[in-house]
Design a binder for this molecule. Structure first.
Ligand code: UDP
Length: 329
């Protein structure tokens, strides 16, 4: 079965646990009966993402920046390292902080994994491949990354993190799982997240201009969050062949202008598309080759874009409504 969670009760650390992916993962693990500690500096994460679980005695949220020494914590059976802003405007806001969480933060979490004998899952990214010259992207492709551009703090930070993860775990006998995550969307993204799916939906629901960067012919392949979390759990529950890196994403590729049109149609919006300059080093094409995930994990996404967008649009309708209520209260 996809995404089955190990049946013994475990104590699990999720760094970045109040974020978009972290909170979905925390919910799944709590529901499976595990004890969860989420560590999050709440820069892009939100306490409210975990609200339904905060008082049930099995989930603790600690506000903490991973660059600082970890507070007193229990021994962990497993660690999911998800801490790092993932949206271009957020990771570029303080590039040095992004690099520090990918280096000093990763080392801190690795030391903890070694001390506890915990298996560690690391969230890497398709940005490892930069603006790829190979399509679709297989794990064997080494990438095309600018070391000194506006995206470099994330791309190079995540590349360094992979190297550190691989070398540290090899030298210290820590069990490692590295997932390269491709574009993911779904409920609990924030309206101000800045990534394309949330921007387009929020703009469409508010009947504002849709901000299309460049000519919109660049492509992405969007994975629904529940599918991605299934992939995380499959990797953690699999044997060492799943060490990775393994691409996790949905191979259904779409141009950004097609996405804009689909969102306008699905929301019934009167928004107009307006072109903005293409950001520097914006990848032109991106689609995961998920052959390895299929063969090693037996995993593949099952949610098509229209179904996933439907749920995501509902989420943003609720967010926007509650924002309006707050303003008028
Ligand atoms: N994009 C866009 N309008 C927006 C936000 C993003 O056209 O309001 C484009 C962006 O230039 C890129 C794609 O959508 O080509 C995906 O951007 P996103 O920031 O979601 O993620 P990326 O894959 O670039 O990290």
């Amino acid at each position: 079965m996809h995404g089955q969670v190990s049946s013994e009760t475990q104590t699990i650390l999720i760094t970045g646990g109040a974020g978009f992916l972290g909170s979905h993962l925390a919910a799944r693990l709590v529901e499976a009966g595990h004890r969860i500690v989420c560590v999050d500096n709440l820069h892009t994460g939100r306490r409210s993402n975990l609200a339904p679980y905060l008082n049930n005695g099995r989930l603790t949220l600690i506000e903490h920046d991973l660059v600082d020494p970890l507070p007193e914590l229990p021994r962990f059976d497993a660690i999911y390292n998800l801490a790092c802003p993932a949206s271009p405007p957020h990771y570029q806001e303080n590039p040095v902080a992004t690099l520090r969480v990918c280096s000093e933060g990763v080392l801190r979490v690795l030391e903890r994994a070694a001390r506890d004998g915990a298996r560690i899952f690391h969230s890497s990214t398709s940005e490892i491949y930069g603006d790829p010259e190979v399509h679709p992207q297989q794990e064997t492709y080494h990438g095309n990354v600018n070391p000194i551009g506006p995206r470099s703090c994330y791309d190079e930070g995540k590349r360094f993190a992979e190297t550190l993860m691989m070398d540290y775990c090899h030298q210290n006998g820590v069990q490692l799982r590295i997932a390269r995550i491709f574009n993911t969307y779904g409920p609990r993204m924030q309206p101000n997240d800045g990534r394309v799916v949330s921007n387009f939906i929020v703009q469409a629901l508010r009947d504002e201009q849709i901000t299309l960067y460049g000519d919109g012919q660049q492509t992405r392949s969007f994975c629904y969050v529940d599918d991605l979390i299934d992939g995380f759990l499959c990797m953690m529950d699999s044997d060492d062949r799943a060490r990775g890196p393994i691409n996790l994403g949905n191979p259904a590729e779409i141009t950004v202008v097609e996405l804009a049109e689909l969102v306008i149609e699905m929301t019934g919006s009167s928004s107009q598309i307006v072109h903005h300059p293409l950001p520097i080093d914006d990848p032109k094409r991106r689609r995961p080759d998920i052959g390895k995930a299929r063969s090693v994990l037996g995993w593949q996404p099952t949610t098509d874009l229209v179904s996933g967008l439907k749920n995501t649009i509902e989420h943003f309708r609720d967010e926007i409504l509650s924002e309006k209520h707050r303003v008028h209260a």
